[in-house]
Design a protein around this ligand. Structure first.
Ligand code: MN
Length: 150
């Protein structure tokens, strides 16, 4: 099966983008397209998330892992307590219970492909205490407050 990519609209033929309700506390301006929704012999989901300029994915952690490839644009990713610049082509492995968030905070969209087990636990968001602990690192604080320079 082939699913053609429409480069102009960043959409795959026949796949409806799911538009998340805006919720600045959790995520902002993020859409998801599910490219592969699992099969008997491959119980994974392969998704494309697009964060519009200025938007961000949820800050979360969970037992299940992600492998991620940045597909379009650039921005920053928080992995554990490290902030990284990311751009198209970069590949990330997100370990169990590692905090993670993606931000399109570099004057561009940030689109990434994400592979995940179909059977997985529900993401957990940080408590106020955990958030305060993370923000003790100035780079992480800037990232979380969306004030990193482009
Ligand atoms: Mn996640």
């Amino acid at each position: 099966m082939l699913c053609k990519f429409d480069e102009k609209n960043n959409r795959w033929d026949g796949i409806e983008p799911h538009i998340y309700k805006e919720n600045p506390g959790v995520f902002l301006d993020v859409t998801k397209q599910i490219l592969f929704d699992g099969a008997a012999d491959l119980s994974v989901q392969f998704r494309y998330f697009q964060v519009e300029q200025g938007g961000f994915s949820s800050l979360e952690h969970h037992e299940h892992m992600h492998v991620v490839m940045i597909f379009k644009g650039k921005g920053h990713a928080l992995l554990g307590n490290q902030v990284h610049e990311v751009k198209a082509g970069d590949f990330l492995t997100i370990a169990p219970w590692q905090w993670h968030q993606f931000r399109a905070d570099a004057g561009d969209i940030l689109g990434f492909l994400c592979l995940v087990n179909k059977d997985r636990d529900i993401p957990v968001y940080p408590t106020e205490e955990e958030l305060a602990e993370m923000k003790k690192d100035p780079a992480v604080e800037k990232f979380l407050e969306g004030t990193l320079p482009d």
